[in-house]
Design a protein around this ligand. Structure first.
Ligand code: HEM
Length: 342
């Protein structure tokens, strides 16, 4: 019973991580990141404003401590509960200085808010999993350690999320955020593997090493891809025409695009070897299919004017690729008696 519930919680957490990834990417594509200027509240409220009136100054209006408004193109935070007079009284307000983004767009606000809800929703099963892991105190303490690591990483991501908002979505934090997401997936997969207690697949030592190299190359591809994405974020601020975005990228994009050849070649070789040595499983075909889909989505982005839908999908499939390669890798055990014959 305990094992069953623990496994379920791990799977729920994994699914929610993917939901959070997609939600985050939709926030980006729709440019809703600053839809809530503060964190964890949104315009100083638990439920975000639904119309402009709620975020602008009006005479004879009740304002609550911490509430935010946009006035003369600046963001203000209320310093106490009060009812406004006929004139804007600066002494009731403090200018919000963490960033100078002061726009209200209800669609952006609500997309960002739903994204935050998805992140909060992840917090509950993560805590539940951590709590349940203590029942393994006698049998398997590693589960407690790994569950704690997931809690820590999710907390770190939330803190980083706040930093991203406070710094008006500064570049490097986004890359660290992405690495954090991959770390959460990796630890959850390790937990799932432990919970399932399936026998490892015995493989040739060189095969296992090459599978590790392939996993590292995927990670490198993701990190370079995130740098490309950061450049796109900057370009998009000044260039509306999505068709010309690609021309403005530097060598990072050339590197990212070229690495696909290495990924394809290495994985084809691995699939061929797995077939020859008799450990080809359906996961390898899925890995191959995901690489093809990723390449096609990349081509769509680069040559067909950055279709909006391709952006979240490109991110989602890169995450799926990593998850699958990682789980195939941790399921392998190098057979010391097998002398490689590649
Ligand atoms: C297995 C292959 C690939 C992987 C794992 C991968 C991974 C990634 C990742 C993680 C990002 C960052 C996405 C984000 O933060 O939203 C990215 C961005 C990008 N990638 Fe790839 N990629 C692959 C192949 C390609 C190929 C072949 C091309 C071009 C022909 C390409 C073009 C791009 C472009 C243009 C971006 C920027 C997208 C944006 O700003 O939304 N990618 N890639």
């Amino acid at each position: 019973m305990l094992d069953k519930w623990f496994k379920r919680l791990i799977i729920i957490n994994l699914l929610l991580v993917f939901v959070v990834i997609i939600a985050g990417s939709i926030v980006r594509v729709t440019e809703s990141g600053m839809g809530c200027p503060d964190w964890p509240k949104c315009f100083g409220k638990l439920i975000p404003p639904t119309n402009e009136r709620q975020v602008t100054w009006h005479p004879e209006e009740v304002y609550h401590n911490g509430q935010m408004i946009i006035h003369n193109e600046k963001l203000y935070t209320s310093l106490n509960d009060f009812t406004s007079n006929d004139l804007f009284d600066q002494s009731n307000w403090e200018v919000y200085t963490k960033h100078n983004y002061a726009t209200y767009n209800p669609v952006h606000t609500w997309i960002e808010f739903i994204n935050r809800l998805a992140t909060v929703a992840l917090g509950f099963p993560v805590m539940a999993m951590f709590g349940l892991s203590f029942l393994y105190w006698r049998r398997d303490r590693i589960k407690i350690l790994l569950s704690f690591f997931v809690v820590f990483l999710v907390g770190f991501q939330a803190w980083l999320g706040k930093l991203v908002v406070d710094s008006n979505l500064q570049g490097q934090t986004i890359t660290i955020h992405m690495i954090g997401v991959f770390a959460i997936i990796a630890v959850l997969l390790l937990l799932l593997f432990r919970a399932r207690r399936k026998a490892k697949v015995l493989v040739d030592g060189l095969f296992k090493n090459l599978a590790l190299v392939s996993l590292i190359i995927t990670l490198a591809m993701v990190i370079v891809g995130t740098q490309v994405r950061e450049q796109i974020d900057e370009i998009a601020k000044i260039q509306i025409d999505r068709n010309v975005w690609i021309e403005q990228l530097d060598w990072m994009f050339i590197l990212h695009r070229s690495m696909i050849y290495l990924i394809v070649a290495l994985n084809l070789y691995l699939i061929y070897q797995a077939h020859k040595k008799g450990y080809l499983s359906k996961q390898w075909f899925i890995i191959g299919a995901i690489i093809c889909i990723e390449a096609l989505l990349g081509v769509a982005l680069a040559h067909f004017g950055f279709p909006k839908i391709a952006q979240p999908l490109h991110l989602l499939f890169s995450t799926l690729l990593f998850a699958l390669q990682f789980s195939v890798f941790i399921n392998m055990k190098a057979n010391k008696d097998l002398i490689t014959s590649f």
